[in-house]
Design a protein around this ligand. Structure first.
Ligand code: PEP
Length: 251
């Protein structure tokens, strides 16, 4: 049984004060939620203050990125250990904005994944095609390339705690969502790719979130699909009411 995981990617939004306020509001709305993994991913500057508010409660904290190196001359970067020591349990890797705006390649994602898995961080690895790639019929090719590129050199056992997020780039922040059936089809395809390369156990057990304009209005239909194990939510996670309604849509 794969446990549903809903994660909020706050991107470059919220000062520390605003972040604390948002997470307090969120906590007041989800106190009765059970059986769902919940994660918020604020900017680096708010991780520590949000971690203090969350404490040992049911909402966990994640970072939006990290560097693969343990430390050194990497101006502007942070390491896995730095994240862990301020209370992070998750880290988003290979988000399409990192790929498109900061030139992150599959090889970079692979190195970051290795560094995250060398610690106890739980990586959320993002994959997904752009609009022109979908229109050219390249969705499967791109998604396979992202998954196998990120997972290159790992064994099934090493990948057990990894979470994948299928995020069609054309659906991110655009208000366009993949239909539940479209998303489910790609998730099923990802499981086939994983089964071929890593075997049935990993393919069946790995959790795959959907991301791309998930809102309270469409969450239930997406989350009811058999291959969709949760959501990675951008815009709607910046509002406690919307994010809590998405979390509650699981049940
Ligand atoms: C995201 O950035 O991961 C995302 C899914 O954004 P949005 O929900 O705003 O489309």
């Amino acid at each position: 049984m794969r446990r549903v995981i809903i994660a909020g990617n706050w991107k470059m939004n919220k000062t520390s004060t605003e972040a604390v306020q948002l997470v307090k509001e969120l906590l007041s709305k989800i106190s009765d939620v059970k059986d769902v993994d919940m994660v918020v991913c604020p900017p680096f500057t708010s991780l520590e203050s949000v971690a203090w508010v969350l404490g040992e409660g049911s909402v966990k904290i994640g970072a939006q990125n990290m560097h693969w190196s343990e430390g050194g001359a990497y101006t502007g970067e942070v390491s896995a250990k730095m994240l862990l020591t301020i209370g992070c349990q998750y880290v988003i890797l290979g988000h399409s904005e990192r790929r498109a705006l900061f030139g992150e390649s599959n090889a970079d994602v692979n190195k970051k994944l290795r560094a995250a898995l060398a610690t106890s961080l739980i990586p959320i690895v993002c994959v997904g095609e752009k609009l022109e790639e979908r229109e050219k019929g390249q969705t499967e090719h791109i998604v396979r390339d992202h998954v196998l590129g990120a997972f290159e050199g790992f064994s099934a056992a090493q990948l057990r705690r990894v979470i994948l997020a299928y995020e069609p780039v054309w659906a991110i922040g655009t208000g366009k969502t993949a239909s539940p059936e479209q998303a489910n089809e790609v998730h099923a395809f990802i499981r086939n790719v994983l089964e071929d390369k890593f075997g049935e156990l990993l393919a069946k057990s790995i959790r795959i979130q959907y991301g791309g304009s998930v809102k309270p209005e469409n969450a239930a239909s997406l989350l009811s699909q058999p291959e969709i194990d949760g959501a990675l939510v951008g815009g709607a996670s910046l509002d406690a009411e919307s994010f809590s309604r998405i979390i509650k849509a699981v049940t």
